[in-house]
Design a protein around this ligand. Structure first.
Ligand code: DGY
Length: 317
């Protein structure tokens, strides 16, 4: 019996939820390499497929969608959808799904881990120990910042921002929130916050939201945390701000570009901590993301509404 549908999966996801696709009679073709398929390979596989399970590193742009308008559904293995042209997908009638909710806590945990690591200079301490620079206990050795009573500015009031705010309240921090429509004005938040944590999706409106002007608004003692998307911050402006002491430090899960080459000038800037886009990287969360992506695929292939559909783009018809 021929398969009901063919699904191309661009990387091996965590867990065994793909078995649910096979159990439903679908053929599942998983890209076998550790590195993502090239654009050509992705297109060639998409031509043979009815549905795609894509990663945030796959560029699902207007040209790709025009060439693959036959697709019945695309399930993105991320909550962020900046790698997918949602307007083009809508124009071709291709439903797009994503993986919200299940990664909220893991990403908020990572944002808080970065905040704490930067505040208490954990990477510097660990490096000193490894390099044999653990001398006699010093009254002023590796002095950091207390969290209690400080202000955390959260930019973006979605699920992850709200989860970070809950954690901050547990640390007795004052929380300010700025959104595009409400809350504290961004300039005020930047001027008053000891820590600024970014939780906005990457859109044309949020690209370089944190630019040289925004960085100048921040306190010279402030630390910037980014677990959203790298291009929300102007990398060049950030490097300059760190060298100039405009802000005290940056702790980043996401960068522009990604991956960040080891000789990138950002890594030479003082007080910068970078981890390789691991916000959702726990076994439980990544397993749950696969389940959600498969739910989206099964619904899309059955011609049903996706349980976790992408938010409708503002400009879509
Ligand atoms: C997302 O989901 O958008 C994260 O960046 C990766 O899990």
């Amino acid at each position: 019996m021929p398969p009901m549908a063919r699904v191309f999966v661009t990387r091996q996801p965590v867990g065994d939820a793909l078995e649910r696709l096979r159990a439903a009679g679908h053929e599942v073709d998983v890209w076998p390499d550790g590195e993502p398929p090239s654009r050509e390979a992705l297109s060639a596989h998409a031509q043979q497929a009815d549905a795609l399970l894509t990663m945030l590193s796959d560029a699902i742009d207007a040209d790709f969608l025009a060439a693959n308008a036959h697709l019945k559904v695309i399930a993105n293995y991320a909550v962020g959808l900046d790698n997918v042209d949602l307007n083009a997908a809508a124009a071709h009638g291709i439903p797009v799904g994503h993986t919200p909710d299940v990664l909220t806590d893991a990403t908020a945990d990572l944002a808080f881990a970065l905040l704490l690591a930067a505040a208490r200079r954990i990477p510097q301490g660990a490096e000193a120990v490894k390099q044999g620079r653990w001398g006699t206990w010093q009254p002023d050795g590796l002095l950091g910042v207390d969290l209690v009573g400080t202000t955390l500015g959260i930019v973006g009031a979605g699920r992850i921002g709200a989860a970070v705010a809950r954690r901050a309240r547990g640390f007795e921090m004052r929380v300010l929130t700025a959104t595009s429509r409400s809350g504290t004005p961004l300039d005020t938040l930047l001027a008053q916050s000891d820590f600024v944590s970014l939780h906005v999706p990457l859109t044309p409106q949020t690209r370089h939201l944190i630019d040289a002007h925004a960085l100048r608004r921040m306190k010279p003692t402030a630390i910037l945390v980014n677990t959203a998307r790298g291009p929300v911050v102007d990398t060049h402006a950030l490097i300059e701000a760190l060298h100039a002491g405009t802000i005290a430090g940056a702790a980043l899960d996401v960068t522009d570009p990604e991956p960040l080459p080891p000789d990138h000038p950002l890594l030479q800037a003082p007080n910068v901590l970078v981890v390789p886009h691991v916000g959702s990287a726990t076994t439980r969360t990544r397993t749950a993301m696969t389940e959600v992506a498969v739910d989206n695929l099964l619904a899309g292939l059955a011609g049903e509404p996706l349980p976790h559909a992408a938010p409708r783009p503002a400009t879509a018809a």
